[in-house]
Design a protein around this ligand. Structure first.
Ligand code: 5GP
Ligand code: ZN
Length: 119
């Protein structure tokens, strides 16, 4: 994908702080971190979002899930971490190349979602 930011990162056309790389997967720090640990794991092959995956992604997504806790631990998540996959408009997905956020650090994170007070 010519103009996809994360494909450009995969190709090395945009610099990134890499956490992990193999032939199928790239993990790199978020440019605008929301917590002391905040990196993304992506399949190198472009797919727009989790809503666009198929059986061809079984292998790479399985590998990402198994790798996630290892990388999180190495990056300083000693007592848990949060994974977030924003998918589509409703979830306010910004970058349309599937990515799994890994978020954590030493402190307890804020609640997953804001719970509106009853009117
Ligand atoms: P989304 O809202 O799509 O789930 O998250 C996109 C994430 O990508 C955001 O957290 C944003 O900070 C990050 N991001 C956007 N552009 C870049 C970039 O050029 N480099 C890196 N490392 N992260 C980026
Ligand atoms: Zn892409």
């Amino acid at each position: 994908m010519e103009n996809c930011i994360f494909c450009k990162i995969v190709r090395g056309e945009i610099p990134s702080k890499k956490v992990y790389e193999d032939n199928e997967i790239l993990a790199f720090h978020d440019i605008n971190p929301l917590a002391p640990v905040h990196f993304m794991m992506i399949p190198k092959l472009h797919v727009d979002s989790l809503a666009h995956v198929s059986g061809t992604h079984n292998d790479v997504l399985g590998k990402i899930m198994v790798l996630a806790p290892k990388l999180a631990e190495e990056q300083g998540c000693k007592d848990g971490f949060r994974t977030i996959i924003n998918t589509g408009r409703v979830a306010r997905q910004d970058v349309f190349h599937l990515h799994i956020h890994i978020i954590g650090g030493p402190d307890v994170l804020p609640p997953m979602l804001y719970r509106p007070k009853p009117a």
